[in-house]
Structure formats: C-alpha cells, structure tokens
Design a binder for this molecule. Sequence first.
Ligand code: SAM
Length: 204
Amino acid sequence: MFNRTTHWENIYDTKALTEVSWYQQKPTTSLEFIERTKISFDEAIIDIGGGDSLLVDYLLELGYTNVSVLDISSKAIERAKKRLGANAEKVKWIVSDITDFKPTEKYKVWHDRAAFHFLTEPNDVAIYQKTISNALNEGGFAIVGTFSENGPKKCSGIEIKQYSTSELTEIFNSHFNKIKCENTDHTTPSNSIQNFNFCLFQKK
Ligand SMILES: C[S@@+](CC[C@H](N)C(=O)[O-])C[C@H]1O[C@@H](n2cnc3c(N)ncnc32)[C@H](O)[C@@H]1O
C-alpha cells in the first residue's frame, strides 16, 4: 500500500536538490507574495511542505526572524539544516504530515508551494482547511501555490489535484478573503514547463 512518508523519504534519499522537478534557484513568486503581506520581520511564517527549498534561506537573508519549516520528510529537513549550517538554529523545524499537524503557535503567514495539491482525498483537504484556519490569527495570510488546470497531473510520480484560481478561492472561501491570484510558469531543471496558480488570502 502507498505510504506518503516512505515515498518522500525515498525521493530525498535518491535525488539531489537540483534534480527534483520543483527546484527553484530563487522562489520569486513566493517571495513577492510574502513581501506583499507587509508583515514585520519578527512575525511568524510557516512554510508547509518546504522540503529543502531555498525559500527559508532567502527569508533569513531578508531579515525574517520567526520562520518555521514543516515537511513530512525528515531527510528533506536534515538536508535543509545541513545546507544552512549555523543559520539552521534560527529556524523551527517540524517533521510532520500536514494532516497530523497540531500547531502550538499562531502564524501570521502560511506558505505552501506544491504540497497542498498532493491531498487528493476530500477528508485530507477538510483537515487542511481546518488546520490552516486554526493556525492563523485573524488578519493572517495564506499563500497557496498548486499546479493549475493547465499544469501536470502528477508530481514526483504521484497524482495531484489541479486547481484553477476560482477552485482554490472556493476551497478557502469560508475563512479567507482572496487578495490576489497569479498564474505562473515554473521551468523545471530538465526544461519542461509546469503551470502553477498562486493565491494570497487573508483570514477574515
Ligand atoms: C513538490 S515538493 C515542493 C517542495 C517545496 N515547497 C518547494 O516549493 O520547493 C512537495 C513537498 O511537500 C512535502 N509533502 C508532501 N506531502 C506532504 C504532507 N502530507 N505533509 C507534509 N509535507 C508533505 C514533500 O516531502 C515535499 O518536500
């Protein structure tokens, strides 16, 4: 039977940072959306399914001092920590399946690039919706990026759920107001194009 944790541990065991299709030298859209929220540098940001993405490196460099990274894969987190060296101590690392995550603090920004779309079961989506709205304070921001309706149907060999910007807005509608959505292409290390939708929401 398919096991999510084993799947992702195996990916991070066998593929280098720059070999995975989602690799970005600089996560420009994510950074623009985070800066757009205009939160102060000491407010809490969490990157959901952050893997060993360089987003955390850029956030620290920009001066954010309260960053958490959550991932289902302990190997991904170990890799990110190793890369950051002494700076890793400035980050709160959480190894957890997002559907098991019980936040112990409130966040001002929740960022998720290409993790939410792996939840293809309605029950898991419902858990995610509940977790995200509990984890954010009123006025907090959610930034969610998924493959669009024109993007791939699979990622890392497993099924994902594509979202149009209106479907994404609908998912978070009950607790969030949409601020903006952006359709953007990601070029993979092997030069294929993946179409993403990113939306920025604010908690009601
Ligand atoms: C496609 S990668 C994207 C990584 C990173 N966000 C980026 O943009 O480079 C998906 C990430 O989500 C993590 N992931 C997948 N399912 C998850 C789950 N149920 N809970 C937590 N993390 C998960 C994977 O381990 C992987 O690091």
